[in-house]
Write a new protein. Sequence first.
Length: 669
Amino acid sequence: MTTTFVSSHWTTPNHSTCSRVTKTQGHTAAVWAVKILPEQGLMLTGSADKTIKLWKAGRCERTYTGHEDCVRGLATLTETEFLSCSNDASIRRWKISGECLQVCFGHTNYIYCISTFPGSKDFVTTGEDRSLRIWKGGECTQTVRLPAQSIWCCCVLDNGDIAVGASDGMIRVFTESLERRANPEELKAFEEELSTATIDPKTGDLGDINVEELPGKEHLDDPGTREGQTRLVKVEGKVEAYQWSSSDRKWVKIGDVVGSSGATQQTSGKVLFEGKEYDYVFTIDVNESGPSYKLPYNIIDDPWLVAYNFLQKNDLNPMFLDQVAKFIINNTKGQTVGATTMEFADPFTGGGRYIPGSSSEPVSGADPFTGAGRYIPGSGADTVTLGGSDPFTGKNAYQSATAAVNVYFPKKEAVTFDQANPAQILGKVKELNGAAPEEKRLAEEDLILLEKLLAITCKPFGETPTAPQMETLWKAAHWPEDIVFPALDILRLSIRHPSVNENLCSDKATGQFCSYLIMHLNPQGKPANQLLALRIFCNCFAWQPGQKLMMLHRDQILSQAIELKASVNKNIHIALATLVLNYAICLHQDNDIEGKAQCLSVVSTAIEMVQDLEAAFRLLVALGTLISDDVNAIQLAKSLGIDSQIKKYAAVSEPAKISECCKLVLNLL
C-alpha cells in the first residue's frame, strides 16, 4: 500500500441535532466504543471495565468478558460475529451468542481502533506502537509505520482505501490502487518524514538494546524473513530502526531510536508484548538464516523455566535450554526481586521453593524442575482498578481543580479474583497427587475430569460442568492441608461459573461448603490455604446464590476472617479487604444497618493492621460504600473513630487513588 495525504482539517455543517437520548446503565467505568449491529435494535458497547455488552431496547442482554484491559474499539463482521480491540494489545473475534472464537496478537501496545473491509472478514487496526496493521485470515499481513506515536483511529472507506488519524494532527490515506496513489514527491516526503522520526524504545516493540553489540548497516544486506520484521543497526554511534517490507523486498527506515545510547536495558518502564508487560523482551535468532523469536522475561521469573517454555512454545530443540537460560541470566545481570533462600533449593536450577500466593511462608510441594514453584495462585495481576480511567493516559479519571469527582463509591459490582494459569495449576495437582492418601488419590480418569472442569470454568461462556467433575474436585479438596492448595485454586476459579455457584451455594449445600472454607481460615493454618479460602469467598459474590450464602453466614465468615489481620502476607490482607468490600456492596443495596455495623467494625479493625496500600484502598472503598446515603452508618463510623484512623491516607501521594478516595470518605464523615 502507498500513501495519499488529505487535509488534516475537516469542517462539518452546524445543523445537526440530537433526535433521541437513551440512558443505559450496566458498565462500571467509561464507555469507549459503540457499534450498531445489523439486526435492528441491537447495539454493542465496549468499556474501561474490560467488558463488552449487548443491548436491546435499552436493556443489557449479554456481557462478553475476556479482555484483560480497557476495550477501545468494536467492528462488525457479519450479523452473528464482531471484533473488539483493547489496551491489552489483543483483538478478539466473538459470536453474538457469547463465544470468543479467536484471539489475535500483533501490536505491541494499546490498540485504539479497528475497522473492517467491505464484504470481508479482513480488517485493519491502529494503536500506540506507531503502526497501522492489516489483518487477513486472522494474521497480520502488513505493518505500516507512521511518523507519530499514537495512531488514534482508522476507517476503511467504501473503495477499500484506509484513512488513519494520528497524534501529529495529520490524516493519511493508504491505498492499493495505482490510480489513487500519491505522486512521487509526496511519497518521498512521507518516507523522509518516517525515516527522521524518533522512537522511544519503551513504547515500541524493540526489546532490549545494547548499543555496543548492535551490528552496522551491513546487517541490512540480508533480506528479512517476515513482513514487519524490525532490525536495529548502529550508524555513527546512533541507533536506527528498519522494517522489512515484503512487497517491496527491502528494509525501510522507520526512525531513530532515542534514549538508548549505552543502555543495557530498554530504559525504565515495562515492555508490552502480546498484551502483557515485561521487564525485558529479547530477540532470539536461532541461526543466521532462520526466523527471529521474541522471548519476554520478568526478573521475578525463573530463567530456566522461561527458557524451557520458550523452546516448547516455538517447537525448538530442547538442547538449547542451557544456552537460552544463560543468555537470560547474562543479559539481565542476574537481577532478582527480593531475598532468596536456598532452603529447599533445586540442585539443577538453584531456584527457591514454591510460594503459593507470594506468601513468605514455606509450603511443601516445590516444583521439581525449577525449584521455584512458579505456579502462584492468583498472584500479582488480581489488582483491580475500582475507579474510572482517562482514555488518553489510562490514569485516574480527570478531576477539576475545584471539585473532586467521586468515581470510587458506592461500588455496585463485586470484585473477584480471576487470574490464573490452568496448565500450571493442573500440573501441580498431578505432581502432588502421589502424596495424597491412597483413598483420596485421583485416578487418571479423575485428572482428565479436572482438566475438563478447568477448561470449562476458565472460559467466559462454556458448557456446564458435570456431576462427576464436581465430585472429583470435592475429592481433591479434601486432600491433607499441606497439598490441598491447587485444589482450592480450582475451586476459586470454578465458583465463578453460574452452575457451580448455584450447586455449591444452594440451600442444601450451604452448611457443608461454608464450614469447609471457614476451616481453612484457621489462623494457625497454612497461609496459602487461608489466602485461597478468602478468595473463594470473594468469588462467591459473582452470582446471586453465592451472595445469598455469604449474607446468610456473614457473622461467622467475617468473625473468622478478621482473625487473619495479624498475617504478614500482603495478599491475605488484599483478599480480606476485598471480602469486606463485597459485603459492603451487598449491604449498601439491602440497607441492612445491623450488617453495616458489623462491617464497619471489621473495617475499623483491619485498617489499623494492613500495610499494603491496595488493601487499604479497598477498605476505603468499602467504607465509602457502607456510609453512602446513610446517616445512621455515618454516625456509627464516627462513633468507632474511623475518621481519625484513615486520615493518614489523605497524605499518600502514589497511587493518587488512595488520597482521592480517602478525602471523599472524610467529606462524608
